[in-house]
Design a protein around this ligand. Structure first.
Ligand SMILES: Nc1nc2c(ncn2[C@@H]2O[C@H](COP(=O)(O)OP(=O)(O)OP(=O)(O)O)[C@@H](O)[C@H]2O)c(=O)[nH]1
Ligand SMILES: [Ca+2]
Length: 540
């Protein structure tokens, strides 16, 4: 006769048990009726195995990380690579850097490559924006050992060119870029392809400048401010001890030093965009430029050398450009005049100043504390200063004289004098006048002030803000690194960590399920006096 193994309700006090429910027919096989603990060896084995596995798991994994972490930090040659793509308004460029943790050394010379035009030129067909990154990514992969691609972070940081676009268009362009970056083979997360704020862009440029000058980590008053004149925006970042509205104030900690920075990016004040805005100002009659011919209402553009033709070809306008563009071009006649151009540029830079609601606004209606200390003027400041062959710490007065002479020259003579230069050549009249109107007329830097240096490098270090971003990110990783491998793991929500957590949860669930599934250890005793079986649970 088989003994039913039906699950029975077990009460902790046997004498209350209901005999009917507990009457269990003896099994056909001879067994010890007085105490028989059903042996559930298979489930025991499974349970023990799961518990052992879980215990091993929580021992081996930390040891692995500890070894790995110790090994990595102990390995003096552990080099961390970084890839930053700078999405600028006039072009997109990839920078490959490396960083030796132990010696705290950066290598900036691993290479960079540029593609034109910038990502903002895909505004009409954003789905193709990612294509422009492919050759950059291939270049980057050539600079990083293949075995390290999957642990090398790649970031796309776009600047003013995208900031000028509608948010929806920005997102479409970034989405197309993320798709390509995901497939790049480098380590990538969607949030690493973004439009960075102008304030961050300025901070990164300040970091790389002071890193290159050796003042990063030292006395805040001995640091150098930066003024960067890009294509679509201009950044100003420097240490200030003046009280600042929070939207302009940034605090950077580096080593034991803390820096209270003013940092702001003036959108539309980049040289290329400012030049176009100035032309629109002139043709709209916003600037009292001389009128060439009343009949055709031709406006004189004082910022382009005499004889320069603002025709379709030189503006690279497509054949289908809008009518007002054609109308606008045909009413503009180049009439190079430095001081007229400087006045028009100043009008542009001071636009909105009457709406200034702060203690001091040097540009438009935007707050800026009084400039403090020395400055490095980069990008277009450097390109213009280099063209006019000015010393690195030239006076603005030198630039003013050079600009006056250039603006007064006839375009055909300039083309003969500088045959190799193309569209950049026609911009030097505007750029020299714009820089004097910006640095002297607006920011108040004296014409003979030597506080300003012009440059795009310090020694062999390029003053690319992308490098500043990598420096900050690498050293902040260093902080996490120094707080131990736990922090590294906790801060590292890479698949490794997530899989560790998933496996441990799975093992614990298996152990719990096995423990629930295992039949309770039961003991069946035959009570001779009462003539019946009593079943009780065996406590383990
Ligand atoms: N004259 C001259 N200008 C150059 C040269 N190379 C780049 N530029 C100009 O210098 C500026 C480059 O600054 P970037 O910061 O790289 O410009 P960008 O990143 O494309 O523009 P933003 O998005 O505003 O930063 C642009 O206005 C370029 O037109 C050069 O060789 N000569
Ligand atoms: Ca830039």
């Amino acid at each position: 006769m088989r003994r039913s193994h039906a699950r029975t309700r077990i009460d902790s006090k046997p004498d209350k048990m209901d005999p009917i429910k507990l009457h269990i027919r003896p099994t056909s096989r001879s067994t010890n009726l007085f105490s028989r603990t059903p042996k559930n060896t298979k489930s025991n084995l499974l349970f023990t195995l799961t518990v052992a596995l879980t215990a091993a798991f929580f021992t081996i994994i930390p040891c692995y990380y500890l070894f790995f972490y110790t090994h990595k930090t102990a390995n003096p040659n552990s080099v961390k690579y970084g890839v930053v793509i700078d999405g600028g308004s006039t072009g997109t460029r990839i920078h490959v850097f490396s960083y030796r943790r132990e010696s705290n050394e950066f290598d900036f010379e691993l290479g960079n490559m540029r593609v034109n035009p910038g990502l903002s030129s895909y505004a009409e067909n954003p789905e193709f924006a990612g294509e422009s990154l492919k050759q950059l990514i291939d270049f980057g992969k050539g600079k990083v050992p293949a075995g390290l691609w999957d642990e090398t972070e790649i970031r796309l940081m776009a600047t003013a060119g995208l900031r000028l676009l509608d948010l929806k268009v920005q997102e479409k362009i970034l989405r197309a870029c993320r798709e390509v970056l995901r497939a790049s083979g480098f380590m990538f997360r969607d949030e690493w392809a973004t439009v960075i704020t102008g304030s961050d862009e300025g901070v990164y440029a300040w970091v790389v400048a002071n890193y290159a000058l050796g003042s990063l980590g030292g006395d805040p008053l001995k640091t150098t401010g930066i003024i960067e004149l890009g294509g679509a925006s201009a950044q100003v970042t420097f240490v200030s001890n003046e009280p600042m509205p929070p939207e302009f104030s940034r605090t950077i900690k580096f080593g034991n030093a803390t820096y209270n920075l003013y940092s702001h990016s003036f959108l539309h004040f980049g040289q290329n965009v400012a030049f176009e805005s100035l032309k629109e100002l002139i043709t709209s009659g916003g600037f009292n430029s001389a009128v060439g011919s009343l009949r055709k209402r031709v406006h004189i553009d004082p910022c382009s050398p005499k004889g320069y033709s603002h025709d379709m070809e030189s503006w690279k306008l497509s054949a289908d450009s809008s009518d007002e563009n054609n109308e606008y071009l045909s009413t503009l006649q180049a009439g190079g005049n430095f001081s007229e151009c400087r006045s028009a540029a100043l009008m542009l830079l001071q636009k909105g100043k009457d709406k200034c609601s702060y203690k001091s606004c040097y540009l438009g209606s935007t707050f800026m504390p009084k400039l403090q200390g020395t400055f490095l003027a980069t990008e277009n400041f450097f390109h213009t200063s280099k063209f006019f062959r000015l010393r690195e710490r030239a006076f603005l007065s030198d630039l003013l004289i050079a600009g006056e002479q250039f603006c007064g020259e006839d375009w055909s003579k300039l083309k003969n004098k500088y045959p190799s230069l193309d569209e950049d050549l026609m911009r030097y009249c505007f750029s020299s006048a714009y820089i004097v109107a910006l640095l002297h007329d607006s920011l108040g830097i004296a014409l003979d002030d030597e506080r300003i240096g012009y440059g795009n490098h310090v020694g062999n270090i390029p003053l690319d803000w992308a490098l500043g971003a990598f420096i900050l990110q690498s050293t902040s990783d260093l902080d996490v690194h120094n707080s131990g491998w736990i922090a590294t793991i906790i801060s590292d929500d890479s698949p490794t960590l997530l899989s560790l957590i998933a496996i441990s949860i799975l093992l614990m669930f298996i152990a719990w399920s096995v423990s629930k599934w295992r039949k309770p250890q039961l003991k069946t005793i035959y009570d001779l006096e009462k003539g019946r079986y009593i079943v009780s649970r065996v406590s383990r």
